[in-house]
Design a protein around this ligand. Structure first.
Ligand code: HEM
Length: 550
């Protein structure tokens, strides 16, 4: 739960007043009715006063209850929304677009905008400078933990663990054994095997369907197999019918995505929590035993193998089992950490590759340039290797441009929680406030990126006509384009993700021409849907024409 959602002692003051008035009523029905009427009016007046503040009711309550110091004049600008509910409607659907629209043409609101989600105070920035201040600040190294994240054990895994010793130990272990440059290059052969399988499976599907193929199922299965291999040491064949094990895992990941991605009203209106109206709690309670059973079985198999001293490749489960001393994890914590890795590593990569492929189907001229580069660097007599990637400069520019136009985590995965009062962008942000960076708004701001809505990979290629440096960093040091976040809690899987996406896209482009469907009414649809990641609302379908003889 958000720290913010627990009532402060000042909030309690109002309710104590109502209760003491009630006590004075004794049992007299007229007095009780009178009391109820007074309480309703008092509640309505208080709610109205809170709602009148910039940013709406949660901010109003803060300012009205704040004793001494700054007054409401120091409030951060922002929409009021509705009494009690605040701006909940902004978070439904395409929240990144709605929040950008709410900031509108107001430079002050783009820098920092306050809003209320029920009782949660929120600030959003669409300014690279303020975003840097915010994400780099130690005061924002925590995340607000949603009910669904608790329900799915994620408060014991890297993404939602409170900032502190436990979180640091998990990040250290993951950085050393899963995400370090050495580990990333050690798993290159594994990515190559899966790339081959994906190409073969797509080739067969294209031949069977006369060309038209939906890319998403292949991309999702490839990502799942890749992460299962690294984390559990499990290997699957992509062309084979889906195994029971992967089908079960996929269904658990899908359920988890749905739960974590949805706007849960009781996260922000805690008095709704007992009713579980959206069934978040009950769905988490059904999911967690399945996750426990699944992951515990795999941990037990690893333990048995280790006890037999069987020589096998080391995967992330082996690494966790080998920890000792202060780093040793309980079985329950191990389940949480392994489940999170599978969960996070699966969809993000597939979502990004689908956007890249969609853009290339839509912009055949760009695809032709990518093909030219592949023919020049790789040639048609061999497959792409990961070591080709650094020479595929234009392809890298294409991927950066897709990350700019379609950041997979435009907003949601960015939430941070202020753990102390802190000044950002010239304003006081009180402890307990949820902070978000609207990366999508930054990457679509004409003041930051010329022609922001145009797909122009050239902007990331060095040369006299380019308007940005070729070496534009996307790992979090420049907040004009930081799709993996920034600061202490930036994405630890970013290098692995970039290597995987770069290599798989290069392979898929080297092997196929990606052409629009012959049926013009089923062209590429760039509409978005925001779940945990921002995905294509209509899955991409394209005609795949093999380019190389194998
Ligand atoms: C295209 C692929 C990916 C994108 C766009 C992406 C994006 C993000 C973003 C925006 C955050 C929040 C950063 C912040 O708060 O500053 C994040 C966090 C995280 N990501 Fe990724 N990610 C991707 C792939 C991966 C992969 C492959 C893994 C692991 C297998 C991973 C694991 C994590 C974890 C564990 C966190 C939480 C970090 C923490 O709170 O300390 N991500 N990611």
């Amino acid at each position: 739960m958000d720290m913010d959602s627990s009532p402060s002692t000042q909030d309690c003051g109002g309710w104590l007043l109502y209760v003491s008035l009630a006590a004075k009523c004794g049992g007299d029905p007229c007095r009780v009715v009178g009391f109820v009427a007074v309480a309703v009016v008092a509640f309505a007046v208080t709610s109205l006063l809170h709602w009148l503040s910039p940013g709406g009711p949660a901010w109003g309550r803060y300012w009205w209850n704040r004793r001494g110091g700054l007054g409401i004049a120091a409030a951060i600008p922002g929409p009021r929304g509705l009494p009690v509910l605040g701006s909940m409607s902004l978070m439904a659907g395409l929240a990144h677009r709605k929040l950008a629209a709410a900031a509108g043409g107001s430079p002050a609101r783009r820098r920092l905008m306050a809003l209320s989600l029920g009782e949660t105070r929120v600030v959003v920035t669409a300014d690279p400078g303020v975003a840097r201040e915010l994400l780099a600040s130690a005061a924002f190294a925590d995340r607000p933990v949603k009910e669904s994240a608790y329900g799915m054990l994620f408060h014991r895994a890297i993404g939602f663990a409170p900032y502190g010793t436990y979180w640091r130990a998990l990040r250290r272990v993951a950085s050393t054994h899963l995400f370090s440059p050495r580990q990333v290059s050690a798993s290159a052969a594994q990515r190559a095997v899966i790339a081959r399988q994906m190409v073969e499976a797509m080739r067969s599907a294209a031949a069977a369907a006369g060309g038209g193929v939906a890319a998403r199922p292949f991309l999702k299965r490839a990502s799942l197999h890749n992460v299962m291999w690294s984390v559990f040491g499990r290997k699957y064949e992509l062309a084979a019918p889906e195994s029971e094990e992967t089908a079960e895992l996929r269904s658990m990941v899908d359920e988890g995505y749905d739960l974590l991605g949805q706007l849960n009203w009781s996260d922000h209106l805690p008095w709704l929590a007992p009713f579980d109206l959206q069934k978040t709690r009950s769905r988490c309670s059904s999911l967690v035993p399945r996750v426990n059973r699944f992951v515990t079985r795999i941990i037990d198999e690893h333990r048995a193998r280790l006890s037999l001293a069987v020589d096998a490749a080391v995967d992330f489960t082996d690494v966790l089992l080998s920890l000792h001393g202060g780093d040793k994890l309980s079985d329950a914590d191990m389940v949480a950490v392994l489940w999170e890795m599978i969960f996070r590593g699966t969809d993000t990569v597939a979502v990004l590759i689908e956007w890249v492929a969609a853009r290339l189907v839509l912009h055949q001229d760009v695809q032709a340039r990518v093909h030219d580069e592949l023919d020049r660097v790789v040639g048609s007599d061999r497959a792409v290797t990961e070591s080709d990637a650094s020479k595929l400069v234009y392809l890298q520019a294409v991927i950066k441009e897709v990350l700019r136009l379609h950041p997979p985590g435009p907003l949601l995965s960015w939430a941070r929680l202020a753990t102390s009062d802190v000044h950002v962008g010239g304003f006081l942000i009180p402890s307990g406030t949820t902070a978000m960076v609207n990366m999508w708004a930054i990457t679509h701001d004409p003041a930051v990126w010329p022609d922001p809505n145009k797909f122009k990979p050239e902007r990331f290629v060095a040369g006299p006509s380019s308007d940005q440096a070729a070496e534009f960093p996307i790992m979090g040091s420049d907040l004009r384009l930081a799709p993996f976040g920034s600061g202490r809690r930036s994405c630890p899987g970013k290098s692995l993700a970039i290597v995987t996406v770069g290599f798989w896209v290069a392979t898929l482009l080297h092997e196929f021409d990606w052409l629009p469907l012959s049926d013009k009414s089923r062209g590429v649809d760039l509409s978005e849907v925001l779940k945990l990641s921002c995905e294509m609302a209509t899955p991409l379908e394209a005609r795949l024409r093999p380019r190389r003889k194998v």
